[in-house]
Write a protein of this length. Structure first.
Lengths: 139, 561
């Protein structure tokens, strides 16, 4: 599937990872155009349902990016994210999706380069996994 | 049906060089609820703002979407514009097609244009579901509390009382001044620190607005901006101080380099602060060697403590001044700023010797009769050098205080990985916390020189005075609320809330969650914790975010078919 052009959703927290994404932009760091950022105030406000909804409707991959552990602007929010995402991954796996379609990572406001790396790697990984199997059912 | 207007910004060439702006405008017109779409060369310019305002009025728009740069800098501007045009400012949605699109896909104009369309479709779908919001207001107790009576806290408190604000200064030690008491001279101007200290203390004491608490332990902090309650223990008695704003100025401590360079084992090896105390007693050795970066800029503690090079330059000059000799063994001299650079130049001219070592080959110390021998491989000379000295001063970094974790939990403010307090934004909000009404200054935030500490303290005092002088606080309407019809009163949200802003209350005979909106900081942690979809965050409702996902899916399917 060399012409596979994945559609990817990324939830970024306002304080760290969204700012990190902004920094990547300001620094003109180039990366694949497959990722669409949704700004949320804290990674821990991302309901598992959003991720399940996106994957079940054919989105090829979902990224959840937050502040590094210890740097959360709401003190402990990202601890909750760190617990929640593995549960979502397991749920997806149990119903037959590859859990690698969902990834949690930490990007600080100072880590434009890390944002670029995470995006680039994730797009490569999703390309390797191929299209979300749900897509065939839908089209 | 909403009447949405979509405005796509060229940002000169910044967006337009990668994104086909006019194509995105045409696409936006095909989206549900969009009744108007246009483009601007610079949306944020006077001309751009004027044209958007005119379009809002002419087309009776009730929702506005601007696709341009980042909401982190420009959202307030466009929200204000909406207000001026008679639309509630929360009926505005920002789409980022510069930082998140044109700048990072500069060489792929087709893909960038398609992505911009998806982002706009997502923004429009959210905008259709936005609701007008009313920001809540509450009163402010006209009193400030400053925690920490060192240079930062004293400067802040003196500035607050000068602004005629009742100020309580909480100091855990028996006297004011903190580390300033150990330092006799402040560089780069070589002023006497005692003069500065006396001036600040007398300003505070002579004002009837100043209330000094010595030997006072911080026990608890409750409340929110405008309405804090700080519990302090003095002589075994707990007192509660009501306050509208809090300034955190707890300072820092010097790293104790146990086991390094014979510290505490060999005589004649001291830390910089111990050397400062010796200088204060008038003890100036004939020969002094300073070793920089002891315990910093190395694995385990990577940061540069910023003040140590300058302090060693100052003290080396004092040794030379007293007729002695001094050498500074460093890894890089960081004498940032014009005044400090001048100090470095003076030190070089007056015979202070500089040697440069590398992390892989640290200097070695041994004792010989009454001398200390310091052997160093100088990177610049490319050969080993042996120095005879009377005293070795280890320039160790300032580290976060041992009690900073306790204070951070009490005030609900974050710390970085090194334990220093983390400001809301390093450039845009450097002396504020994300928690409203709590401000930070001095070396508790990051190692700072006396001058920097005072600048920060004055800034913090100015910021803290704003809510107090204004007499009211406005909370951004991104707070959470709970739908009483859906809430089962399980209390998951209560546990998830980092700010104790939610409580379970009785309503019509059943238990439901209730959010205190002044205390809510809008993190949305409760939303994801709610199993019943009862908890919602304004501006980030589950319907709004779901609509964005739907819009992305829809556009992706259209594109692939």
């Amino acid at each position: 599937m060399s012409d596979f052009n994945p559609t990817i959703l990324a939830f970024c927290c306002n304080w760290c990872s969204y700012a990190g994404a902004d920094l990547a932009g300001v620094s003109r760091l180039q990366m694949p155009p497959n990722v669409h950022v949704v700004r949320v105030m804290c990674s821990a406000s991302v309901k598992g349902e959003y991720i399940l909804k996106a994957i079940s409707q054919g989105v090829d991959g979902v990224l959840v990016l937050g502040c590094h552990i210890g740097d959360c602007h709401y003190m402990t929010g990202n601890h909750r994210t760190a617990k929640r995402i593995p549960v979502v991954q397991k749920l997806l796996k149990d119903v037959g999706f590859d859990e690698r379609r969902v990834r949690l990572d930490w990007v600080s406001a100072a880590e434009g380069e890390k944002f670029q790396r995470v995006i680039t790697e994730f797009v490569e990984e999703i390309k390797g996994l191929g299209p979300n199997p749900v897509r065939e059912v839908m089209s | 049906m909403a009447r949405i207007g979509v405005f796509i910004c060229h940002c000169g060439h910044n967006i337009a060089s990668a994104v086909a702006v006019e194509e995105v405008v045409k696409f936006a017109r095909t989206l549900p609820d969009v009744v108007y779409s246009d483009h601007n060369l610079y949306s944020c310019s006077e001309e751009g703002l004027g044209s958007i305002k005119k379009s809002i009025e002419e087309n009776k728009l009730d929702r506005v979407v601007v696709a341009a740069c980042t909401p982190r800098t420009h959202e307030p501007l466009f929200r204000r514009l909406c207000e001026q045009a008679g639309i509630n400012k929360y009926l505005f949605e920002f789409v980022n097609i510069r930082e998140h699109c044109s700048w990072i896909h500069a060489k792929e104009p087709n893909a960038a244009t398609e992505k911009a369309k998806k982002l706009v479709a997502m923004g429009v779908s959210k905008a259709a579901l936005l609701e007008p919001q009313v920001e809540s207001e509450s009163g402010v107790i006209p009193t400030a509390v400053v925690i920490g009576g060192g240079l930062a806290g004293l400067t802040a408190a003196a500035s607050l009382v000068a602004q005629d604000i009742d100020t309580h200064l909480i100091e855990m030690e028996g006297k004011l001044g903190g580390q300033l008491n150990d330092i006799s001279i402040l560089a780069p101007n070589f002023e006497k620190s005692a003069d500065l200290l006396n001036k600040l203390v007398s300003e505070l004491k002579k004002s009837e607005r100043g209330h000094i608490h010595l030997g006072a332990k911080l026990v608890d902090v409750k409340g929110f901006v405008g309405n804090f309650e700080i519990t302090v223990e003095e002589e075994g008695v707990q007192n509660k101080i009501p306050a509208g704003a809090i300034i955190l100025a707890t300072g820092t401590q010097e790293h104790q380099p146990e086991g390094e360079y014979g510290f505490r084992k060999a005589p004649g090896v001291v830390t910089q602060l111990e050397f400062e105390r010796a200088l204060q007693r008038g003890e100036v050795p004939k020969r002094v060697v300073f070793i920089q970066c002891v315990g910093s800029r190395q694995p385990g503690r990577e940061y540069c403590s910023r003040i140590c090079c300058n302090t060693s330059l100052k003290n080396a000059l004092r040794v030379v001044e007293a007729g002695g000799t001094a050498a500074i063994i460093h890894r890089d001299i960081m004498s940032y700023g014009a005044a400090w650079e001048e100090l470095y130049r003076q030190a070089s001219e007056r015979g202070v010797a500089f040697f440069r070592y590398s992390l892989e080959d640290k200097p070695r110390i041994s004792a010989e009769n009454k001398h200390i021998l310091v052997e160093v491989f100088d990177d610049n000379l490319g050969e080993g050098v042996t120095l005879h000295t009377d005293l070795v001063v280890l320039a160790t970094p300032l580290v976060s205080r041992d009690d900073s974790g306790d204070v951070s939990r009490m005030l609900k403010v974050p710390r970085d990985k090194n334990g220093f307090y983390l400001e809301a934004h390093v450039k845009l909000r450097p002396i504020e916390f994300a928690t409203d009404g709590v401000f930070i200054c001095g070396s508790a935030r990051w190692p700072s020189s006396a001058r920097e500490v005072m600048c920060q303290a004055l800034a913090a005092a100015a910021k803290a005075a704003i809510p107090i002088k204004r007499g009211k606080v406005v909370t951004e309407a991104i707070t959470a609320w709970s739908d009483p019809d859906k809430c089962a009163g399980c209390g998951n949200c209560v546990i998830a809330c980092p700010y104790e802003a939610i409580e379970i209350v009785d309503q019509d005979g059943r238990k439901i969650a209730k959010v205190n909106e002044t205390q809510c900081k809008g993190c949305g942690n409760c939303v994801a914790a709610c199993p019943n979809d009862a908890m919602q965050q304004r501006g980030f409702t589950t319907r709004q975010l779901s609509a964005m996902i739907d819009a992305l899916v829809k556009r992706a399917l259209e594109e692939s078919s």
